[in-house]
Write a protein that binds this ligand. Structure first.
Ligand SMILES: O=C(O)CCC(=O)C(=O)O
Ligand SMILES: [Fe+2]
Length: 275
């Protein structure tokens, strides 16, 4: 029997009592509805083969191979294995692997003209402590904006690129097409295509500038918007358990890896990007 329980005040839901390998359409519709309502859905206690994880993930949309090829699975290019090859040949911790996703709150694929709809992770190995994932609601961020700021930025967009303002050189790690892509332009205020609710679409890792302002004004606005992204009632911190399958909606949530676990321990997830 499916059981759905809210985790955070505004985002996060836990689902127990299902096997994602054998969900009938009616039960999947309940999972999908909970996901739209709560933005982040945690399905507990799954034991999956790679094919099963991919098949289940395809029920949410089309899988998209991540343009950062370094950890994509050789036989299953749509699958990224997070947390592997953490140490270089000389034994040095590779921070690009260890700190992936932990720089700042972001939404996946903002560098793309069509950002990812969803990202789904399955926990394969977990450290003894640390390694949480933080989530925050873009709806709560939008709702918290003062009316004057909303009015000022209505209709405005921001530009995004891999690596953002500080680490643009990291784009060199992407595959050819993505490496040479023009920055993507996305409206700051968007309406979620399925819920009809308004969000503050923003990404601190990849934002370059706000359109229509000079560099100084743009930086000031980025700082101002940053102050509204994380609303206490709009957050959920996920503490991973083995077997968790977690999917988040990139159209209405920000996330960030804590990036604080003991580096000598494994923290491994299967990951897919869904459009
Ligand atoms: O490892 C995590 O907790 C999340 C990393 C991340 O940002 C991602 O997979 O998109
Ligand atoms: Fe991410």
């Amino acid at each position: 029997m499916i059981e759905i329980r809210r985790l955070g005040k505004q985002i996060g839901a836990e689902i127990t009592g299902i096997n994602v390998n054998s969900l009938d359409d009616g039960t999947f519709a309940q999972v999908y509805r909970a996901w739209l309502d709560c933005n982040v859905v945690v399905v507990r206690d799954q034991k999956l083969e790679i094919d099963e994880f991919l098949t289940y993930s395809r029920r949410f949309g089309t899988l998209h191979a991540h343009p950062l090829k370094m950890a994509n699975h050789a036989q299953h290019p749509e699958l990224t294995v997070l947390g592997v090859n953490k140490f270089d040949a000389d034994g040095k911790l590779n921070l690009k692997v260890y700190q992936r996703g932990s720089k700042a709150f972001h939404t996946d694929g903002a560098y793309d003209q069509v950002p990812f709809k969803a990202t789904q992770l399955h926990a394969i190995a977990l450290p003894s402590h640390g390694g949480d994932t933080y989530f925050a609601s873009m709806y709560a961020a939008y709702d918290a904006l003062p009316p004057a700021l909303k009015q000022r930025l209505e209709g405005r967009s921001a530009f995004y690129a891999y690596g953002g303002r500080k680490h643009r050189a990291n784009a060199a790690m992407l595959d050819g097409k993505a490496r040479n892509a023009e920055p993507a332009r996305h409206p700051l205020f968007q309406t979620h295509p399925e819920t009809g609710r308004k969000v503050l679409f923003f990404d601190l890792v990849k934002v370059l500038r706000i359109e229509g302002y000079d560099a100084e004004e743009s930086e000031a606005l980025i700082e101002e918007l940053t102050g509204y992204m994380i609303q206490p009632d709009g957050t959920y911190t996920h503490k991973w358990l083995m077997g968790d399958v977690v999917i988040w909606d990139n159209r209405c949530s920000y996330h960030k890896a804590a990036g604080d676990y003991p580096p000598e321990e494994d923290r491994i997830h299967w990951r897919v990007s869904i459009k």
